[in-house]
Ligand binder design. Structure first.
Ligand code: SAH
Ligand code: SF4
Length: 379
């Protein structure tokens, strides 16, 4: 029988998985914590730098394991502090990670897949089709890379990354195990110590996996709604044909209620001119979301060539926000950040990064956590 010689990539292992790994090589489990701190707190990828691990064990680790993040293709820092990385994953595709600082908060937008199979009509990632699932190491590797870029000071008082949103490329619930493992590492004190309220998974509505998620992890949930009725949502978000609105909202409510304490659902709603931004849509949305503990995030559409959609005027956006706000909803509108480096979450890069296509790649700017109320003084 052929024996596999592939090394285990320790970057993507959760604490229990790391302990099992040390079991499997006949070493003590407490080594898991030591190694995780070296990897995630100190950004180390070289076993020889692990000074509290003896030479013999370091040699053993070198023979059977590695610490390998995705390859950094480019790193840009905007004048407003926004940072953007393009990283290449094992399949050869490239995905993006964006860091957006605001006030005391720093939000990292992380990708889960190269491309996406769900083909939402206004999303350039969807237009590229599905290429590959990221491994757990490739998902957490984006946090690892971003964290390292801020310097790896032990026991950092001011963490640069306070929030993570799974809102980059891909549908995270269709890469379930790897995304869940990576989110566990984000929240683990041996990893990045981010609180469960500050790790958010965004989904277009893979209903069965929302229920599965509740069984294995406690993170915040964002729902990409985009339409207040099934007829329209069937067109904009095709997965709605399989899991229609009623079913979807019930699953989200189950998820929120199982968290055991008062938590909100975030509703994301990309505003498309003349398509889903009319007063009747606001009225339908008010009725649809009545009784659901939620915060609404309006995302003005970020255009890309041949999308067939337009971004509504600022007045139209304001009118839509006002209607929801008057009905008692907490509504924010996202604003653009990092313009000078095309920093946007998700939809930026083609599946395969090739220099000739890069110049003509389409950019659909997506903004994160720079949410502001369009009207001053609102909650
Ligand atoms: N697949 C997941 C997460 C990634 S997309 C999801 O759909 O929720 C993150 C968010 O960006 C989603 O709400 C998505 O609908 C939105 N989005 C996609 N394309 C956009 C565009 N061109 N302009 C504005 N928002 C967009
Ligand atoms: Fe996929 Fe989300 Fe884009 Fe829809 S919006 S195609 S689910 S990445």
């Amino acid at each position: 029988m052929a024996v596999s010689t592939a090394k285990v990539n320790l970057l993507g292992l959760t604490q229990p998985q790391m302990e099992s790994f040390f079991d499997s090589i006949g070493e003590k489990r407490f080594r898991a914590g030591q190694v995780m701190k070296w990897i995630h707190h100190f950004g180390v990828d070289d076993f020889d730098a692990m000074s509290n691990i003896g030479k013999a064990l370091r040699e053993k680790l070198k023979a059977s394991a590695e610490i390998r993040g995705p390859e950094i293709v480019s790193e840009d820092i905007s004048s407003d502090g926004t940072r953007k990385w393009v990283v290449r994953v094992a399949s050869g595709s490239c995905v993006e990670t964006v860091y957006i600082p605001q006030g005391g908060r720093g939000t990292l937008c992380v990708s889960s897949q190269a491309g996406c199979a769900l083909d939402c009509s206004f999303c350039s990632t969807g237009k590229q089709g599905f290429n590959s699932n990221l491994t757990a190491a490739e998902v957490i590797g984006q946090v690892w890379i971003a964290n390292k870029s801020f310097g790896t000071v032990p026991a950092k008082i001011d963490r640069a990354i306070t929030n993570v949103v799974m809102m980059g490329m891909g549908e995270p619930l269709l890469n379930f195990d790897n995304v869940v493992a990576a989110m566990h590492i984000m929240m683990d004190d041996l990893g990045y110590g981010i609180s469960k309220r500050k790790v958010t998974l965004s989904t277009s509505g893979v209903v069965p996996m929302i229920d599965e998620l509740a069984k294995v992890i406690d993170v915040s949930l964002a729902l990409s709604l985009h339409a207040p009725n099934d007829e329209l949502r069937d067109k904009l978000v095709p997965i709605n044909r399989k899991y229609p609105l009623k079913m979807l909202l019930e699953a989200c409510q189950r998820y929120i209620s199982q968290l055991g304490e008062k938590r909100f659902l975030t509703i994301e709603y990309t505003l498309l001119e003349g398509v889903n931004d009319q007063p009747e849509h606001a009225r339908q949305m008010i009725a649809l979301l009545a009784g659901i503990e939620c915060k609404i995030n309006l995302i003005p559409f970020n255009p890309f060539p041949h999308s067939g959609y337009e971004r509504p005027s600022n007045n139209a956006i304001r009118r839509f926000q006002d209607a929801l706000h008057k009905a008692g909803f907490n509504v924010t509108v996202r604003t653009t950040r990092g313009d000078d480096i095309d920093a946007a979450c998700g939809q930026l890069v083609g599946q395969v990064m090739d220099r000739t296509r890069r110049s003509e790649r389409y950019i659909a700017v997506r903004e994160l956590q720079s949410d502001v109320s369009a009207a001053a003084g609102r909650s």
